[in-house]
Write a protein that binds this ligand. Structure first.
Ligand code: MBD
Ligand code: FE
Length: 303
């Protein structure tokens, strides 16, 4: 079809509006529809292909996998890269790199002061201790910062979504102490894989891609007057470290996993061998020149 005819049709649709609506929504939707009309025409998308795609999205939504799809298709990475760019342009550099939130955060995890356990010890897994400080741009420790942490278990499954785990297993919010320290005891997570017979895997198969994430631990780190940091650290040595489904691995987010033993575990009530990660988070001060990093995103809350 002539582009002119497509544009004329789009104009007719836009002009059918009888009230103002929302200008921002109109701008975005009109642009997306235009791009899709062009795509359908350029690629000669058949009616069968169109309805297959629409049905696919409906089913993906019903199965709760749209967040997973957004990560797997690189949308979440792209939003991060745009934030990075905005910060760079505003001269805001340094600080712990951000990386994606992913679809598996659950609000309302128990709060701990300074140190705590993320698990109740009744499930298997190699003991992990992670510790460090939350710092400001001048490397001054931030007392009372909140470190929200969540990760998968030894099988790569997340509590709440995996009903075999106790409520909030491997999910806690830790308040830093007067010296800006946080520490927690947990188990080393395994990598996550998308549901093998789900809608995401179905599309990944068509794209010739795998659905695996390397083992990782998620964080939201926040403190008054500072930019909220959404990030993850990876467990070094994972075969998918640089082949992540969600493209979330970044330089600076792969700390060394130390093998500790003996009296090193005493402060955390650990006997014997355990994995130890030292990691400081650095937050930037909030400023008006860059978009805020707090995101309104629907998530699960509760048990
Ligand atoms: C995860 O654990 C995750 O972090 C992302 C981004 C997608 C799926 C599962
Ligand atoms: Fe995850």
């Amino acid at each position: 079809m002539e582009k002119q005819s497509i544009d004329a049709l789009l104009l007719k649709i836009n002009e059918s509006a009888t009230s103002e609506g929302n200008l921002r929504t109109k701008t975005i939707v009109n642009r997306i529809v235009r791009d899709l009309f062009y795509t359908i025409d350029d690629l000669d998308v058949t009616p069968n292909e169109f309805w297959t795609a629409l049905n696919y999205l409906g089913e993906a939504g019903q199965s709760g996998e749209l967040g997973l799809l957004a990560a797997g298709l690189g949308f979440e990475l792209f939003l991060d890269l745009r934030l990075d760019e905005a910060e760079m342009k505003a001269g805001l550099e340094g600080g712990t790199p951000r990386t994606i939130e992913g679809p598996l955060y659950v609000a309302g995890a128990p709060e701990l002061n300074g140190y705590g356990r993320l698990n109740d010890g009744t499930f298997p897994g190699e003991t992990l201790v992670m510790r460090g400080r939350v710092l400001d741009e001048k490397r001054k420790p931030l007392a009372g910062a909140l470190v929200e942490v969540w990760h998968a278990n030894h099988l790569g499954n997340y509590s709440y979504f995996d009903k075999s785990q106790p409520a909030f297993n491997l999910r806690r919010s830790i308040r830093t102490d007067e010296a800006g320290n946080y520490s927690f005891r947990s188990v080393v997570p395994a990598g996550y894989s998308v549901p093998p017979v789900g809608k995401t895997q179905q599309l990944l198969d068509q794209l010739g891609r795998h659905g695996h994430r390397p083992a990782h631990i998620h964080f939201f780190v926040s403190a008054p007057k500072h930019r909220k940091l959404t990030t993850q650290v990876n467990i070094d040595g994972d075969p998918y470290l640089w082949g992540d489904l969600a493209f979330a691995t970044r330089e600076g987010l792969v700390p060394t996993v130390q093998h500790a033993e003996g009296s090193a575990g005493k402060p955390y009530g650990v006997d014997g061998n355990f994995a130890l990660i030292d990691f400081d988070f650095t937050l930037s001060a909030e400023r008006d020149s860059v978009p805020r990093t707090e995101v309104e995103r629907v998530c699960a809350a509760g048990v």
